[in-house]
Design a protein around this ligand. Structure first.
Ligand code: NAD
Ligand code: IPM
Ligand code: MN
Length: 355
């Protein structure tokens, strides 16, 4: 029995998460893996009603009662300061020390790629994984405002990078490349401008790369990489980078495979409780319209299955999404005319039939 804590959250989170849950239940039933779910109310509604963001005992409870967390999205226009989202999302990423943010970006149907055909006429074949450092960098919320609201205001957000923190994410990316037979690890930084912090990344990358001489390695500045990613995405296989660059590059990469509705993510610390969430946010612009793409949530459920010991369940979930796309069953963002519910039903029925 895999015990899943469900945090639907805000906006489209509660619209797509039920699809992920049903798909996981159905795929699990077919593979002899049982999933149990308990819903946790943390999000904007709960914050506005009670003033509570992440309860004080949350971390302890999650660690003792669950095997995985499945999160929808957090962010609500009624909370313009975003404090509940920060407390919950960062509270869990940092509190559980989930230093790996793994974001696989794969083109599941050729029509979803907005790029022209490759110069050699071959079909686009995008299949890369972003390893985003998830507990340091510009996200540590160190800094402050001095003389706030005056013409003399000073605003500081520190970018914190530690040898241990950089080394563990870089090493994880290399180990993943070896395990999955991936040919190349690219490190993305801005060492030409951020000489101290990203100088550390370069030194650590060289140190770890020396342990894996059979892998191709390269380092690229983030500006150039962001450009090359849209010119020749097939080149990239494993990209390891900082928290902020990983955030940005994963959204960019998702645009090459159909958009945010098609990319899931895993927040991991090997051997510990992981948290799984789509790369997309709460999408307030489409929330309540029934058009949110549930596929990112289903692919997120696949990551959950994979990292809780059921790769067969993961394969079925990915297969279901690919099958829907092959049949033209999709929401408008992915070129279809289906609603969240219609696409979700189709995916779940496909899973039940294939079980
Ligand atoms: P967003 O990812 O919510 O939306 C960006 C664009 O992509 C929007 O046009 C949206 O309609 C579209 N989109 C996103 N998910 C989609 C889906 N499943 N199907 C179809 N279209 C989809 O990013 P944003 O608008 O910058 O942020 C909105 C809120 O979400 C903010 O409060 C932000 O902080 C938060 N956010 C939360 C998370 C998270 O909880 N993991 C991630 C990103 C953003
Ligand atoms: C993501 C999101 C978050 C991040 C936001 C909501 C703070 O964009 O998970 O990619 O930047 O990590
Ligand atoms: Mn993001």
């Amino acid at each position: 029995m895999i015990r899943v804590a469900l945090i639907p959250g805000d906006g489209v989170g509660p619209e797509v998460l039920p699809v992920a849950r049903r798909a996981l239940e159905a795929a699990g039933a077919g593979a002899g893996v049982e999933y149990s779910f308990e819903e946790l109310p943390w999000g904007a509604d709960h914050f506005l009603a009670t003033g509570e963001t992440l309860p004080p005992e949350a971390e302890k409870r999650l660690k003792s009662e669950f095997d995985a967390i499945l999160l929808g999205a957090l962010g609500d226009p009624r909370v313009p300061g975003n404090e509940h989202a920060r407390d919950i999302l960062f509270g869990l990423r940092f509190g559980l020390d989930l230093y790996v943010n793994l974001r696989p970006v794969r083109l599941l149907h050729p029509d979803l790629c907005p790029l022209k055909p490759r110069p050699d006429g071959a079909r686009r074949a995008i299949d890369l994984v972003v390893f985003r450092e998830n507990t340091e960098g510009a996200y540590v919320n160190m800094g402050g405002n001095f003389k706030r609201g005056t013409p003399d205001e000073v605003a500081i957000n520190e970018d914190l990078n530690t040898y241990k923190g950089v080394k563990r994410i870089v090493r994880t990316a290399f180990e993943y490349a070896v395990e999955r037979g991936r040919p190349r690890v690219t490190m993305c930084d801005k060492a030409n401008a951020l000489a101290f912090a990203h100088g550390l990344w370069r030194r650590v990358f060289a140190e770890v790369a020396a342990e894996f001489p059979f892998l191709k390695t390269e380092v690229e500045y983030v500006d150039a990489l962001a450009m090359k990613l849209v010119r020749h995405p097939e080149h990239y296989s494993v990209i390891v980078t900082s928290n902020l660059f990983g955030d940005i590059l994963s959204d960019e990469a998702s645009a090459l495979v159909g958009g945010l509705g098609l990319v899931g993510s895993a927040n991991l610390h090997p051997g510990r409780l992981g948290m799984f969430e789509p790369v997309h946010g709460s999408a307030p612009d489409i929330a309540g319209t029934g058009t949110a793409n549930p596929m990112a949530a289903v692919l997120t459920a696949a990551l959950l299955a994979e990292h809780t010991g059921a790769p067969a369940v993961a394969a079925v979930l990915e297969g279901a999404v690919a099958a829907a796309l092959a049949e033209g069953v999709a929401t408008p963002d992915a070129g279809g005319a289906g609603s969240t519910g219609e696409v979700g039903d189709w995916i779940c029925r496909w899973i039940e039939r294939s079980a």
